[in-house]
Write a protein that binds this ligand. Structure first.
Ligand code: DC
Length: 220
């Protein structure tokens, strides 16, 4: 067991967990792992090189050899800045599809655990508290209603100058939830020792304060 503390923040798409994780990491001066970005990079790499998203044998070498860099909030794939590209809707959908393969998940495991460096790590994803860091000091499962999540996603897209239909976003979110929750390997579910935080009516600041308070109680 590592002495470096981990705060695991899991939850469904657009639940606000990424924003909460980033705020908590900033407040504590901890490293940040956005594990979803790794699945997004595998999907993008596959799409760019014509590897079908349902062929595990084609995806595993891509995941194992992913030449990815995370620096100052930017993400690079093979030296190419893909920070915006990995957030596109087809890549979001692709990430959820590549994530069902056990071999892909296994290939990304050591890379995720390598983010555990002093003074600590805030890890955001679907299986941080269940599979990747089962000994995390604090485990939070962030939820919000599908409607609230679709609205947040619409706002995020609007900030990037993209218009999106709320009904379509809601359908996409529900489809991703279903795929992420029903997959056989590491499905989206709270760890038995996770505390659930419903952010439907919470600001990002209030949600981050909740996690920080939880950590302060466990850190002593
Ligand atoms: O957190 P995100 O929306 O960026 O994640 C994109 C997809 O990656 C999500 O639909 C499921 C998958 N994922 C996963 O299976 N396990 C993780 N720890 C993180 C993401």
């Amino acid at each position: 067991m590592s002495a470096v503390p981990v705060i695991a923040i899991d939850g469904p798409a657009a639940s606000g967990k990424g924003t909460v994780a980033a705020a908590v990491a900033r407040a504590l001066g901890f490293h940040l792992l956005d594990s979803g970005a790794l699945y997004r990079l595998v999907a993008l790499a596959a799409m760019r090189s014509g590897v079908p998203l349902d062929t595990e044998a084609g995806l595993v070498p891509l995941a194992a050899g992913l030449d990815a860099r995370f620096e100052s909030g930017r993400v690079q794939l093979h030296g190419d800045d893909v920070t915006a590209a990995i957030r596109d809707e087809p890549v979001s959908e692709g990430a959820s599809r590549v994530a069902v393969h056990a071999g892909v998940r296994k290939a990304l495991l050591a890379r995720q655990r390598a983010f555990r460096q002093p003074p600590g790590l805030v890890a955001d994803g679907r299986d941080m508290g269940t599979v990747v860091f089962p000994d995390a000091r604090v485990k939070v499962f962030v939820t919000a209603s599908a409607e609230a999540r679709a609205l947040r996603r619409q706002r995020q897209l609007a900030e990037r100058g993209q218009e999106a239909d709320l009904g379509e976003l809601l359908d996409e979110i529900r489809a991703r939830d279903a795929r992420d929750s029903r997959r056989a390997v590491a499905p989206l579910e709270p760890a038995p020792d996770a505390v659930t935080l419903d952010t439907t009516d919470l600001t990002a600041e209030a949600a981050a304060a909740f996690v920080l308070d939880r950590y302060a109680r466990r850190a002593g």
